[in-house]
Design a binder for this molecule. Structure first.
Ligand code: FE2
Length: 437
């Protein structure tokens, strides 16, 4: 093994341990009962996330690469399979909240057992493919960290008590959150006095551009291959659309004017009774917004980016504002020269925050809906075997989102990262950036 390979293996081992630890840290504010809730078919219980992320390492790494590995439990390969049809059968997703057995204690033991196996593999001069898979497993677990928080926000919103995952404004002497450096403090008082100027639109020349990952370092298969795209000249808003701006859309009858909506979007408004973003509730003529920091008045979050809107709401808002949504390649061309930093999970805020002067919000705060359908790039090849089902089989009926959110681990996001969800999806931290031609 070369010195470079040794360093990257040591780094991977450290990243593996940190990632596994952080998943447990994120569960610290939760009770065992919280961890059983599955409040929407899109979501999964926290307890399932704990088990499934261990299942990934066991199924795709330990069983294939650790000689003599014994399954922790013969039922777990199918019980905690999510959607890999060619790997094993699996229970219906909506049944995950029925998994009172195995117990939480057993799942925590499963995680320890798998951790011990991966650490043993890492210290045994593993094959290059095994290291690649461990890196994939780490990235997979980071995706589930984000989902765990996204899902618990929905779970707590449906609870009549509306509990806060973390207290709204912890200060000196407030109880320990158990999140360590992920339990960042908030200064809401500053937010209330933040009065963002109208968004400035920055022009870009367009032209022939390269898009997609350059295959140096980790990426998912759907970011490859790098290829050329043509961009007409365009301009992008330098920050995300705020809650205050979106409230003006609502007040102007945005949800009652079919001319603003795509046909399928208007159908979704009518059939779902949408009148505001998910987690907005009206009381005595004013809006409240439910967050991982509990319920907050709109007046406090007016300058913060609007979140939990569907692609349809983002598209209707853009039309109302006289602009349009950006394409994924316009986003990538603009964002690739920016530092990959912002209000991501590591900031500990756990909700989108107002843009500071000059802050572009390309990374963090909210995933940005793009006008691009989620498709394979020219020459796209999914991973081999069952792992080919990771991304490729969803390339139908979904839209691309870019940039990460306030619950995306900072190590997880990059300029070429493609998230994807059906256009009616609202439970994600999904927001809006305007574009103009
Ligand atoms: Fe998964």
């Amino acid at each position: 093994m070369s010195p470079t390979e040794l360093i990257s293996q040591v780094n991977l081992a450290a990243r593996f341990r940190l990632t596994r630890r952080r998943t447990l840290d994120l569960c610290q504010p939760l009770t065992p009962e919280d961890m059983m809730v599955q409040s929407t078919p899109e979501a999964s219980p926290a307890k399932w996330h704990l088990a499934h992320t261990a299942w990934f390492f066991e199924s795709f790494i330990l069983c294939e690469f650790l000689p003599g590995y014994q399954l922790f439990n013969a039922d777990f390969p199918w019980l905690f399979n999510s959607y890999y049809q060619s790997f094993a059968a699996f229970p219906e997703k909506r049944l995950r909240s029925s998994f009172s057995r195995p117990s939480l204690d057993e799942i925590l033991r499963y995680r320890e057992y798998v951790d011990e196996g991966v650490n043993r593999l890492l210290s045994s001069n593993p094959a290059a493919e095994a290291l690649k898979r461990i890196e994939l497993g780490v990235n997979h677990e980071e995706q589930h960290q984000e989902l765990l928080l996204t899902d618990i926000l929905h779970a707590f919103f449906t609870n009549p008590l509306r509990p806060a995952y973390l207290p709204g404004a912890p200060g000196p002497g407030s109880p320990a959150t158990g999140l360590g450096r992920w339990g960042g403090d908030l200064d809401f008082e500053t937010w209330e006095t933040t009065n963002p100027a109208a968004p400035v639109f920055q022009p870009f020349e367009g032209g022939l551009r390269d898009a997609g990952h350059n295959a140096q370092g980790f990426c998912f298969d759907n970011e490859l291959p790098r290829h050329r795209v043509w961009l007409e000249p365009y301009s992008l808003a330098q920050r995300l659309v705020t809650c205050g701006e979106f409230a003006a859309f609502i007040a102007d009858g945005g949800y009652r004017r079919p001319e603003l909506w795509l046909s399928a979007g208007w159908d979704a408004v009518k059939s779902n009774g949408w009148q505001a973003p998910l987690y907005w509730t009206e009381a005595n003529g004013s809006w409240n917004i439910f967050t991982l920091r509990g319920e907050q008045p709109l007046s406090r979050l007016e300058a913060a980016p609007v979140s939990h809107v569907s692609f349809f709401e983002a598209e209707a808002y853009a039309r109302w504002a006289g602009h349009r949504l950006l394409t994924e390649f316009e986003w990538e061309a603009a964002a690739e020269s920016q530092p990959v930093s912002g209000n991501l999970l590591d900031s500990g805020l756990l909700l989108p925050s107002p843009a500071r002067l000059g802050e572009t919000q390309f990374y963090g705060d909210c995933w940005e809906w793009t006008a691009s359908a989620y498709l394979g790039y020219p020459g796209f090849k999914p991973l081999g075997g069952a792992l080919g089902e990771y991304n490729g089989k969803f390339m139908s009926g979904q839209m691309v989102l870019r940039g990460g959110s306030c619950v995306t681990p900072a190590a997880h996001i990059r300029p070429t990262y493609r998230n994807f969800f059906p256009p009616e999806t609202r439970w994600q931290f999904s927001g809006i950036r305007l574009a103009s031609s």
